[in-house]
Design a protein around this ligand. Sequence first.
Ligand code: HEM
Length: 485
Amino acid sequence: RKARSRKHGLTNPPPGPWQLPVIGSLHHLVGALPHRAMRDLALRHGPLMLLRMGELPVVVASSAEAAREVMKTHDVAFATRPGTHTFATLASDSLGIVLAPHGEHWRQVRKLCVNELLSARRVRSFRGSREAEAYSLVASLASASLVSEAPVNVSPLISTFVADAVMSAVVGDRIGNRDAFLEGLNEGLQVAVGFSLPDLFPSSRLARALSGTARRVDAVVRKMVRLMDGVIEEKRARSAAGGDGDDQDLLNVLLRIHADGGPLDMGTIRAVIRDLFGAGSESSSTTIQWAMAELMRNPAALRRAQAEVRGALAGQSRVSEDALPELRYVQLVIKETLRLHAPLPLLLPRECREPCRVLGYDVPQGAMVLVNAWAIGRDTATWGPDAEEFRPERFEEAAAVDFRGADFEFVPFGAGRRMCPGISFGLAVMELALASLLFHFDWELPGGAGELDMAEALASRDHRKQEVRLVAARHRACSCRPATS
Ligand code: HEM
C-alpha cells in the first residue's frame, strides 16, 4: 500500500481493504448493495476509506464528521462531479446542472434553478396541478380496489402520480409520448448510477471496445435527445397556437429567458429539463413507496398518521395543500423514511479537484468521493441502539436535526454547494401523496397480516425489490370517484 501511495503522492492515504492487481477493491463489493458493502467495510476500516475500483480511486465518507469535512469544510474542493466515461457520454449532448462540472455554466444554471425554477414561490404556483394529479392517483386506486379485492400494486400508481406531477410542473401538461419518455429517463438513470468498464479502466481502449454499457449509454443519450426535442416542439406548437396562455411551467420560463437573449442555449434548456425529471421523479416516488411500506409494518405509526390527516381534513372531500403544514406527524414519517431509505444512498458522486486533507488523511486529486448517507442515517453513535427501527417520534425528541444541510448526521439531500435544490418540490409531492393515500383509504397487508418484503434491489439506489402490494379499502367518508379510464 505504501508503494502505491507514494506513486500517487500521498503521504497519509485513508485506510482501506486489501486490493487485488487490476481490479483493486472491486471484489469487496461483489454480491451486495454498494452502500451496504461500503458500510460494512467502513465498520472495519474507518469513517474515511480509500477503495480502488479498477484504476479509479474512490474515497468513501461514512460518518457525520467525515460528511461535514467533505460537504462543508472542503466543500469547494469537492464541488465538482466526476468526469467518468458514463457521465461524460450522458452529458455529451449538452450540459444541464446535475452532471455539470463546477464552473461558470453550473453556477448560472444552479442560480436559475434555485431562484427561478425550484423556489418555494414557484413550487406553490404548481399546487393546483399537483392536487389534480393526487386526485387522479386516488381515483385510480379506487378503481383498482373496486375491480377485485385482491391486493393492489400501489408502486406503479405512485410512480405515475409523481411523474405526472413533475411533468405538469415542468412542461405544463402530460406530454404525448409520456410512456416512451419515462422509459428513456429510467434507462438513463439506471446507467447513470452504475459503473461501466471504461469508467473503471479509463486508460484502456479494450475496455471501451468491450463495454456494452458504453454502447447502451450512447443509445440512451440519442433516444433522450429525440424525445426532449419532441417535448420542446410540442410545447412550441402549443404556444404558437395560443394554447399556453400565461402558463408559468418551467419550460415556458426557460424558453422565455432564451427568447429574451438570456444565457441559455437550446441544448442547455433540453438538458435542464431532462435533469429536473431525472432528479425529481424517481427519488420522490421511491420515498413514498418506502413510507407506505414502513407504515404497514408499524401499525401504531399508521394509526397516528391517519388520525392526524383525517382530523386536519375533517369535513372535506379531498386533500388540499392548505392542510399540509398542519400534518406534523406525516412530515416526521417522511423524515424517518429518508433517514432509513435515502433514495440516493451514496448521494451523487463528487470529485476531488485539488489534493485535500480530510480527517487527517490525504485525499488524492481526481478521486471520486462518495458520502454514504444511508450508513450515516443508521449510525448507532448518532441515532442510538434503535437506529435500524422506524420511529418517526425520534424527530420530536431531537427537533433540531433536519435534512436542510446543517446537520451532517442526516444528509439524504446532500449539503453544501451541490446540495439538492429540489427539496421544497420533493416535499410538496411526497406530503400530498401520503396525505391523500391515508385520507381516502384504509390499508391492510394482503391476508390481513404478515411481513412486507423490505428487501432492496441490487442497485446503488435504495430501490425496493418487491413492489408494494396492499389491500386498499375506501374510507367510509371518502367521496372519491373511481377513474373512468
Ligand atoms: C426525495 C426527494 C429527493 C431527494 C432525496 C434528493 C436528493 C438529492 C441528492 C442527494 C442530490 C446530490 C447532492 C450532492 O451532490 O450533495 C441531489 C441533487 C439534485 N437534485 Fe434532488 N432529491 C430529491 C428530489 C428532487 C426534486 C423533486 C428535484 C427537482 C424537481 C431535484 C433536483 C435536483 C437537482 C437539479 C440536483 C443537482 C444539483 C447540483 O448538482 O448542483 N431533486 N438531489
